[in-house]
Write a protein that binds this ligand. Structure first.
Ligand code: SF4
Length: 141
């Protein structure tokens, strides 16, 4: 049995935004969510290997949550995975709702990194503007 404690997981690829300084839209121009079952199978496999901490490295983890993250969290809660989730890649603060926050905590999220790109409104507007509403970083990283 492996002694694997920390692992990472991705539920999506790419990013729907187009910040001018970022390589993600160049490298992976099409944002897409992977099938929920795929993420759950991967998580199950990692847990069997001993994983206790799971870090998400999605670039837009909170984008279209009713289609991707929320069904995943519901399944995690229902199946009772005993892991702690983390978001070192940072999340986009403007997408966090009360419903989503509650579900994240219930599913086992314990660290919440929020992106902060700039407090210069004009610069942020010119380079993508994703974070303007929340005045935080325009990125889910
Ligand atoms: S939101 Fe983040 S990952 Fe997406 S393009 Fe902007 S900087 Fe890149």
């Amino acid at each position: 049995m492996n002694n694997l404690k920390w692992v990472f997981l991705k539920l999506t690829k790419g990013c729907p935004f187009r910040c001018t300084y970022c390589s993600v839209p160049q490298v992976d121009p099409q944002f897409a969510g992977f099938p929920i079952e795929r993420g759950l199978r991967e998580l199950e496999f990692l847990c069997r290997l001993g994983a206790r901490h799971v870090a998400f490295y999605d670039d837009a983890l909170l984008y279209q949550p009713h289609r991707i993250l929320l069904p995943f969290l519901d399944a995690v809660i229902k199946r009772g995975f005993q892991v702690t989730f983390h978001t070192p890649n940072a999340m986009n603060a403007r997408f966090i709702t009360k419903e989503l926050a509650e579900r994240l905590v219930t599913a086992g999220f314990r660290t919440f990194f929020l992106g902060f790109e700039s407090n210069a409104y004009e610069w942020q507007r010119k380079t993508g503007g994703q974070g303007l509403l929340a005045r935080t970083r325009s990125c889910d990283r």
